[in-house]
Design a protein around this ligand. Structure first.
Ligand code: MG
Length: 469
């Protein structure tokens, strides 16, 4: 039908869980047995032969169904929208989602609902980049600064960053962008790896993986710490001797400590030269981070993977509480809010070293750092993206690491799409993997009783197909 407007026709959701807890992959001081999971969303349209938009929130197992339900609760904002309009201006949808007058009570702008907004908004950006025929980093880097400023919600930010200041940063950031794009395509973006340092790994595995990381070209590794100080001293010594004096070694406490304990513990590890201490205490404790930072220098303080929104990032920067900003692609309200955080970091001159790993977080966040390099901060100095070598095989456009660098994606989109066969196999609880599971570490009697009820109700197969609306 000529002139027909293509619209979003469905917001399909999937509860996808991977049994990572069984190998202690991803284990840290606060999260000893994560099952890396995605509350996954597909935006379908009636554009003939047109692409779908894919996005997800990352969780670590139980509660993923709550995250899925939160995404489902947003569908009325999305279904029926013009595909062209929503892709030309994702910021309008983002503001509508954040501003929902009833759902807002569940935040505002934090937690499960806000992560759901992030999943939907990121799916729109995936759709927009696919329609533009560009990888997302390139779509952002080539966008007009005025348009990018229009994608940011400056509410509650203007005491630190005004639209005019953001515009100046973006205009300045574009100078030399073509050369940086060429350099990025040639050499990629620096990465560091957390793969050697999970808390559940023994010293032999730590040594082997740390040495391999250096041989693979990484110039920084990271160790999980915070469960037992004597163990941490031993593990840091083992890791330092495996990587030598010149490779950076960060430590990550995953919020385990109170402020005084964070200071004491970090000082006790100082002889091993940690580059940064990550999430030393509660992500909400701005002043606590500031106190820790003053006390542990020259060890740097990093946080961000659990910082719920741009306003808390603003405070961390205003209070001189962090040396490193760690954005997460799937924690805040999607690309739009991460643009705000990148601009804030640029305004304060603080490097951004994203959190990644989990499932699909590397695939997403590389685009934001690459945009930042090409068209905002203009540098990769002291900037690295976290890399973890788990679960990439489930993605259609997985990250490619070469000599310790992320290779710039060239396929159109946000690299968010999972393989259909992986979605089918790992959908919980009805997918082939979980349905055949004999009862693993986290599949409790209670789970099995509930799953039995679902199967009798027929709801398990509905979940396995995804829920169309
Ligand atoms: Mg961390």
């Amino acid at each position: 039908m000529p002139g027909r407007t293509a619209r979003v026709t469905a917001v399909d959701t999937y509860d996808i869980r991977f049994p990572t807890s069984r190998g202690l992959d991803g284990s840290d001081a606060m999260n000893p047995d994560p099952d890396y999971s995605a509350a996954y969303v597909v935006l379908r349209t009636d554009a003939e032969g047109g692409p779908e938009g894919h996005g997800f929130a990352f969780t670590i197992g139980r509660g993923n169904e709550v995250q899925v339900a939160a995404i489902h609760a947003l569908r009325h904002h999305v279904v029926g929208r013009s595909v062209e309009e929503v892709c030309a201006d994702p910021g309008t949808l983002y503001r509508d989602l954040v501003g929902d007058s009833q759902l807002r009570w569940l935040g505002p702008e934090k937690g499960v609902l806000h992560m759901a907004i992030g999943a939907v908004v990121n799916a729109v950006w995936d759709l927009a980049a696919k329609r533009a025929g560009k990888p997302l980093w390139r779509l952002l880097a080539e966008a007009e600064p005025e348009w990018l400023v229009g994608q940011v919600d400056f509410r509650h930010l203007t005491d630190a960053l005004t639209p005019g200041e953001a515009l100046d940063l973006l205009r300045r950031g574009r100078r030399g962008a073509a050369e940086r794009t060429a350099r990025l395509l040639e050499g990629g973006y620096p990465a560091y790896t957390t793969s050697p340092g999970w808390l559940g790994y023994d010293d032999d595995k730590l040594t082997r993986l740390a040495a391999r990381a250096v041989a693979d070209g990484f110039r920084q590794i990271k160790l999980k710490v915070g469960a037992d100080l004597d163990d941490d001293v031993r593990r840091c010594r083992v890791a330092r001797s495996a990587v030598g004096p010149d490779v950076r070694m960060a430590v990550d406490a995953n919020q385990r400590w109170d402020v005084a304990e964070a200071i004491r513990w970090t000082r006790a590890l100082a002889e091993f030269g940690p580059y940064w201490v990550e999430e030393p205490t509660s992500p909400d404790d701005v002043l606590g981070h500031a106190a820790i930072r003053r006390a542990v220098a020259p060890v740097k303080v990093a946080t961000g993977e659990h910082v719920p929104n741009r306003i808390v990032f603003k405070q961390l920067l205003q209070a001189d509480a962090v040396d490193i900003v760690q954005i997460d692609a799937a924690r805040v309200g999607g690309v739009n809010e991460n643009l705000a955080v990148l601009l804030l970091a640029a305004r304060y001159g603080v490097p951004v070293c994203p959190h990644a790993g989990g499932v699909g977080l590397c695939e997403l966040v590389q685009h934001l750092s690459m945009f930042d390099y090409v068209a905002l901060s203009g540098t990769t100095e002291d900037r690295v993206i976290e890399y973890v070598d788990h679960l990439h095989e489930h993605f259609l456009d997985p990250v490619v690491i070469r000599e310790g660098h992320y290779t710039a994606p060239t396929a159109p989109g946000f690299s968010a799409a999972m393989r259909p066969e992986s979605i089918a196999r790992y959908t919980y609880p009805g997918g082939a993997f979980w349905a055949a599971d004999p009862g693993g570490t986290r599949n409790t009697a209670e789970d099995r009783a509930r799953d039995g009820t679902r199967e009798r109700d027929g709801t398990a197969s509905e979940t396995a197909k995804g829920r169309a609306v």
